[in-house]
Design a protein around this ligand. Sequence first.
Ligand code: SIN
Length: 315
Amino acid sequence: MNKMQSPERRIVVLATGGTIAGTAARPGDNVGYVAAQLGADDLVAAVPGLAGTPLETEQVAQVDSKDMSFDIWRRLAERAAHHLARDEVAGIVVTHGTDTLEETGYFLQRVLAPRKPVVLTAAMRPATALLRDGPQNLLDAVAVAREPQAHGVVVVVAGVVWDARELRKTHTYRLDAFGAGDAGWLARVEEGRLRRQRDWPAGEPLGLAFLPVDPAGWPAVEIVTSHAGATGLLVQAARAAGVRGLVVAATGNGSLHTTLEAALREAQSAGIVVWRSSRCLAGAVLPKPDDVFPTAGTLTPAQARVELMLQLLRA
Ligand code: SIN
């Protein structure tokens, strides 16, 4: 941990890896790189605009976010909660991979619902790219974390601030790879200043005490997809493996292939919790009076899985 003393309230940067900390053998290579190579201090040192800003850094993990784990989530939430409780800390920045940003952001908002800002940021290109986006994203994230009115968990990428609960990755390659469906952006960061159009995320925190220390203590919840020619095969396998919940990524407004629906009804009768989300990029699964499976609303399938796991843990 690197501490720089200052009377100004400070920002704590919690690093977890991702492309923002990735390096490639060739500077022009934007896809053939290895994520999670540089440390938190390297990321900060690459941003001249942060010189003089009171910052602390802490390396919480070093992973490609496709490998995000329950263990890292719990540790990240604990470290964030620890620093948020310090008077001298104005806000937190979390550096993360883009691939599971919508899950980690959702998780942190639900467990922490912080009264100070927790700002997740990431990059689509590695730190060795000719036109790398990480340093600007980190600078923007720190600007948001220093905003006196800000609170809740938000995500800052490509100059746009998103409410973490609404975030979804919408592009595989572009620098502006995120969206929030119908909700739209929360704010934009323009030369370090915020242009805000919506409220900061709020809500009651679930807290951390119920999160299992042993990763095996997390309830098994899987995602299955409805599609042409769908079968009940994966649902049956999930049942045999002892899952406690299933989120189905349904078509359109939550419709299901008849064969898959039959298997899901059987799973539900056997005590497995089944929720419907949608494969669509935007819009809620709107409830109907004859619904067999509850809707996950506007949550993406991956976020619905996080919410279902949290609810099962607290049940
Ligand atoms: C990751 O999610 O860690 C790798 C991909 C990325 O950050 O864009």
